[in-house]
Each structure stands twice: as structure tokens, then as C-alpha cells.
Write a protein that binds this ligand. Sequence first.
Ligand code: COA
Length: 409
Amino acid sequence: MHRPFDKDRDRADLVRIWSETGWKKGQPDFDRGLDAYLKACDTIVEEHNGSMEVGASRTAGTLQFQTQQLPVVIIAGVYASVVCRQGGHASTLTAMQVAAGVADGAAVASLGIFDQGFYDRLGFSCCPYVRRMTIEPASLKVARLDRLPVRLSVDDAVEMHACRLGRRHVHGMINLADAGLTELECCECPGHGLGFRDAKGVLTHAMWISVDENAEDGPWTVRWMAWSTRAQLHELLGVIRSFADQVSGVRIADPPGVQLQDLVDRPFAWLRRTRGGQNEGKPTSIAYQQHRMCDVPTCMAALSLPGKPLSFNLRLHDPIEGFLPTDAPWRGCGGDWTVTLGEQCIATQGHDANAPMLEASINAFTRLWMGARSATALALTDDLRGPGDLLAALTSRWLLPEPAADWDY
Ligand SMILES: CC(C)(COP(=O)(O)OP(=O)(O)OC[C@H]1O[C@@H](n2cnc3c(N)ncnc32)[C@H](O)[C@@H]1OP(=O)(O)O)[C@@H](O)C(=O)NCCC(=O)NCCS
């Protein structure tokens, strides 16, 4: 039986489930983080023998798509107790939360994955890789700080959240609406918030660094960075550089569109020196966030591509419909569409007898829409098919900056 989460009745069960999933690891501020999460999210549960055994939580956000912002439903957590696995409840609750988000106006759904495949069954597909490396603070080619940063803690979560929302806007960027989710992150990953305020006292750029179990000598990890200008990016990196005497390595993701190696002195020597050690510099690249379109006309209307109009028929199939009741008001995006690309792209229901046909899963089409992969590349590895000249035309026209969520959830 599924029903809304009831804090008085279900909180202890949820803590038990999160202990079983390994998400409760003795963080000193665990309870505070959990309360912030529960306030920021709508949660539904599966009850079994009188207790909550499975849950799925959603929260609201926005996706920066080229120059527009689209409403997004973020699936902020999916969790099943050890006595209630593989009964289909986690998948069903997730599908229900996507549908509830759509009912609230979301055009897109997004989540972070524990592995690839599970959410593909609900129409989600991978964003591009996120690249991380451990750098030696002393090797950063940025100026020494000429002012000191301010210390920020979980008590400054609202201010840090506002700073994150105002960071440099890039295609694909996700913003989470509720500051409780920044509070949760501070509690989940104890460490230091560091940033800078302007003359009026407004926090203009900041970052959160977790120290994990390695407070004394690192590696430390940059969980997020919020900045808008070159000077602000360099100043935050200057803070990291100032740790050089204590900490050997800091793990950091490439900021969106930035190749951090540009700012690292002798990166290959560092790789050789750290091989096999706890500060191993070796970069990793992995895609761990997934999106899915939920409203094809709204998503296509946000897309603007220069050039003459190009029309094609689209036959979409959407696996989420198998997880939703047959009489549900929204059962995904499957069906026949006609798409016209141009300065203002349009998708309408039905087919045009004269246009070429593209067939795709909603998963693959979402990746094409976002600019995560080209039509030609998707035809090689994903569920997308069409005549060669249509794929070539789409590949040469559908050119967007690589999307970057720049927010982990
Ligand atoms: C992830 C989790 C919620 C799934 O719970 P569950 O009860 O097994 O989920 P469901 O019963 O709805 O789905 C199970 C199905 O998904 C499939 N599945 C699981 N992982 C998969 C993957 N990576 N690729 C493809 N299919 C996958 C299973 O094989 C199973 O298929 P079946 O129904 O054909 O047997 C549970 O394992 C859990 O709580 N894990 C720890 C917390 C966690 O990582 N949560 C997810 C955060 S993103």
C-alpha cells in the first residue's frame, strides 16, 4: 500500500532504511540534514506490515536550457529497506513521483543514479561525463590571495544556496529551489564552507569542501563551487592553493566548460608521483546524472537552432507508461510527433506524410534534445534510428554547448 510520508509515523522507519542503505554514517548533523530534506521534499512511501519500507522523494528545480529556464522535478531520493527489495515498489514510487512532478508543471525530470539501467527503465538517460581529478594545491597557477575568505557553516545554508542559484548560467545547469537541500549537503559531507562577500556583504562566490576521514592531510573534496567571473573562479582556487602546506591533494570536478588542467603546473609529473597512493591524481570521468523529457512540446519550444526550418516525423516510445496506471492522466511522451527545427522549434502531435522518420526511445531523444550526444552517435549506441541523411542533417544542425548540471543530487 502506498501513501504520503507521515513524519510522526514514518521518520524512525526512514532512518532505519537509510542506515540499511549506508546513508547514515554517523554524521554529527544527520538529524538536522534529514529534517531539512524532509521539509524540502514531497515523499511517498510503500507500507508493508504496518511500517514504511520503501520511499521516493521529489523536489522542485529548474533546468537552464539555452536561454530559457524549464521547470524540473528532481527525484531527490529512492530507497528500499532490506526486507522489501525487488518487489517493484521503488520503481513504481519513482514513476509516481515523476507523474506528480508533471502534474505540478515540470517539463523535465532529473535524478542522480546509483548505477546505470535502473532508471533507464523509466525513460531516464545519461547526461555527459563529469570529470574529476585530485590536484596538488601548490600546483595551482593562480595568484596568492590578497584577502581572506569568510568561513561558512551549515548555519549559512540559506546564504550559500542563494549564491549557488546566482552562479554563472550555463546550458544544462540545474538549480534546486529549496535551500534545505544545501543544508542537507553540508550535514552529509562535513567540512568547510569558504567564500567571499562584496562591499554590501552579499556572498558573491563560495564553495563547500568536505574533509571526509582525512581532515589532517587530505585529500579533501570540493563538493560544489559557485562563481560567475574569472576573478571569482581564480580567487576560490587561490583558497585551495592556500591549503598547500597542510593538504597534499584536493579532489575537484572540472567546472562547466573549464579544463582545470589549464591551471595546473606539471600535471603529468604529479600523476607519476601519486600513482597508487591516496592522493592519486588520475582523472575519472563518469556520467551519474540522468534526465528525461516529460513534456515534448514545451521542451522543443525551448530549443532554438539557427538555419532554415527542417521537419521530421518522430516516433517516440516511453517505457514509463508500463509503471503507471492505464487511466493515469500522464503516461509519458510516447506517440507520433512532427518536429520542426528552427529559431523556434516546434513539436506537434501526429505525422506529416512528406517528412522523414526518426524512431527513438524517450531516453535517447532526451539526450539528443539536451545536446548530450549527436544523432549519429546515438544511432551507434542508443535507441535511435533514422535514414542516414536525416541523421547527418540533425548532427550538423543540433549543435549545443555540452550540458552540465553543475549540482549533485
Ligand atoms: C535502488 C533500490 C531502491 C532498488 O530497490 P528495488 O526494490 O530492488 O527496486 P524495484 O523492485 O523497483 O526494481 C528492481 C528491478 O530493477 C532491476 N535493476 C536494478 N538495478 C538495475 C540496473 N542497474 N540496470 C537494470 N536493471 C536494474 C532489477 O534487476 C529488478 O528487475 P526485475 O523487476 O525485472 O527483477 C534499492 O536497491 C536500494 O534501496 N538501494 C540502496 C539505496 C540506493 O542506492 N538508492 C538509489 C539512489 S539513486
